[in-house]
Design a protein around this ligand. Structure first.
Ligand code: NAD
Length: 335
């Protein structure tokens, strides 16, 4: 019998109007939890399945107290964030908003006696000096120190990881810390400046003619590993149920270049696509991969969907959205 079934546990998902929070809400509802979703906005592409959904600004202390009242477990995913273009040009705003959210959320969870608390951290906490080559050595959790995280978003995440540890040590709050590595999938932002590379590439390929050219940020040789959101929510849940209070990577360890990512999407689309590299655009670190040794040991599990499977789902979903928006003719979906 799961924790949810033994007693209908009440969980809070913050950021439930966002990409991962929306998928996590659906997952937890399916697993029998009572879910309160909180966000500044409702989900963009599909209605929430949360038992209740409150629009609250979690930068404000009184709102974090309201959000956590009567809650057993907190999944705190709210953050002011976006793709590399956004995080490199909005550092002050990102650090201010997310630090306010996270400091208030931890304290409010403590005040209300929440039993467990999950913080969504990021691979952006890893030091720049370990990510200078495309053939990067996969990053282990302990590699985060000596610290040299991404300047802004990454520093805020590393600081709050530390604060989770101190809430655990000083107040006994059962904190869990997950470091996501490039989560992508259906119902994620695919346009407007906050989208990440897989969604941006799917959109560009979808809108391109067969034999056409798309713009790729950087020289295309920068490397990353990608994890589909279905695996991500499963991993989050397993970590929350575990007894592991230390930071844990959640991603895949298959390294691909951005150019390879484009080629995979082009194959899915059935199109020949040429790449125009725009070196003036930000590309983030040169290489980043997840070391999954701890993930396998702690959760006795790791992500299952291949990049091809996950990108196929994502590409077809984005095509459907573009079609609904009148940006893609229906016959373009035939491929
Ligand atoms: P997202 O932007 O889709 O979701 C974040 C949500 O937080 C948004 O819906 C936003 O409206 C909400 N939010 C922002 N400010 C708020 C406020 N003041 N009050 C209430 N809600 C607020 O992003 P996501 O991809 O779903 O990311 C979820 C979490 O995972 C974030 O903490 C993010 O930093 C972390 N993360 C994501 C990735 C990834 O690849 N998607 C990678 C590393 C870390």
């Amino acid at each position: 019998m799961t924790f949810a079934n033994a007693y209908r546990a009440r969980v809070l998902v913050t950021g439930a109007g966002g990409f991962i929070g929306h998928h996590l809400t659906n997952y937890l509802v399916q697993h029998g939890y009572f879910v309160r979703g909180v966000d500044l906005k409702t989900p963009e592409y599909a209605p929430t399945r949360a038992d209740e959904f409150w629009l609250l600004d979690l930068r404000r202390w009184e709102n974090t107290l309201r959000a956590t009242e009567g809650i057993d477990e907190v999944y705190n995913l709210a953050a002011n964030m976006g793709g590399i273009g956004f995080i490199e040009s909005h550092k002050a705003e990102i650090m201010r908003d997310s630090a306010l959210i996270n400091l208030h959320m931890l304290e409010a969870a403590r005040v209300h006696g929440a039993r467990r608390y999950l913080f969504s951290s990021s691979a952006c906490v890893y030091p720049g000096y370990l990510q200078r080559s495309p053939e990067v050595t996969p990053l282990k959790e302990d590699d985060a120190y000596p610290a040299d995280p991404e300047d802004g978003y990454g520093w805020e995440k590393l600081f709050i990881e530390r604060q989770c540890r101190h809430y655990h040590e000083d107040f006994g709050l059962e904190t869990r810390i997950v470091r996501f590595h490039n989560i992508y999938g259906e119902l994620g932002t695919y346009d407007g400046g906050r989208e990440k590379s897989p969604a941006a590439i799917c959109r560009k390929v979808a809108l391109a003619e067969d034999g056409g050219t798309i713009v790729v940020w950087g020289d295309g040789q920068q490397t990353r590993s990608y994890c589909h959101v279905a695996d991500c929510v499963e991993g989050i849940y397993r970590l929350m149920r575990s007894e592991y209070p230390h930071p844990l990577n959640l991603g895949t360890d298959r390294l691909v270049t951005i150019d390879e990512l484009v080629d995979i999407v082009a194959t899915i689309a059935g199109k020949r696509i040429h790449k125009a590299h725009d070196l003036s655009k930000p590309q983030g670190v040169r290489g980043r991969n997840s070391d999954n040794a701890s993930l396998r040991t702690v959760l006795r599990w790791e992500p299952r969907l291949t990049l091809e499977q996950g990108l196929a789902r994502t590409y077809h979903w984005i095509c459907g959205e573009l079609q609904k928006a009148g940006r893609l003719p229906a016959h373009a979906l035939a491929a």
